[in-house]
Write a protein that binds this ligand. Sequence first.
Ligand code: IPE
Ligand code: IPE
Ligand code: MG
Length: 246
Amino acid sequence: MNSKPSFSTQSLEPSKIPSHIAIIMDGNGRWAEKRLMNRIKGHEKGSATVRNIVRSCREIGIDHLTLYAFSTENWQRPKTEIAALMTLLKKFLKSEQKELADNNIRLKTIGQIERLPIDVQKELNRAMSTTKANDGMQLHLALSYGGRAEIVKMVKDIATKAKEGKIELEAITPELVSEHLYTGHLPDPDLLIRTGGDMRISNFLLWQIAYAEIYVTDTLWPDFSREEFVKILFAYQQRERRFGKI
Ligand code: IPE
Ligand code: IPE
Ligand code: MG
């Protein structure tokens, strides 16, 4: 008999389903290196995990899923790895068209989209426009995303408006700051998951994770399963979120 506890989605408390989950999908390279394979193979395997977890989130009833797919710092990787990641992204967007439509999922992005290759931007725009009426779940892909770059952009946007007399200093509130980030009016993430075991944020959603529950698993992203995901959701539901209160 399997002695491991198995958690079905039925074990989740419906009133405590997080509205927004953010995931740092880390460990693709190590997954491949462990198998003496090229790192790209790990990214390929990782894209299957993306499909699986997106589907799981939709089934569980998550409103927003934000996936860290490529950081501003990732531009410093070898050109061949960047090119392979971009090709994979394009392939993913094409192959997931039907999946997104069938599951009523709207695709959005956060990050410096203008830095991505034109063909990738085109594919993204197409996927965003064909899914824009879908209201089952929003899938936000963080691409060429960095929390610091996002904050700098927000400061510039607000400073410009202040200089032009469009906003008073008194109007600069946490809400206004939030609105000027890529995530705009999205609720902040309730739960932040990082695979690959590293206890760090790596420039992800710095402002937005102020009160996110953090869960780090040693599992490498290509091995991350629906079962483990549900287990994390279950653990999240046992946590007491105090928000500074008692
Ligand atoms: C995460 O996996 C995917 C991206 C950053 C694009 P990594 O490529 O960082 O994998 P590791 O951390 O080297 O194992
Ligand atoms: C974080 O992973 C970025 C993504 C998952 C896209 P990294 O592998 O780039 O982060 P570090 O280098 O371990 O901090
Ligand atoms: Mg990594």
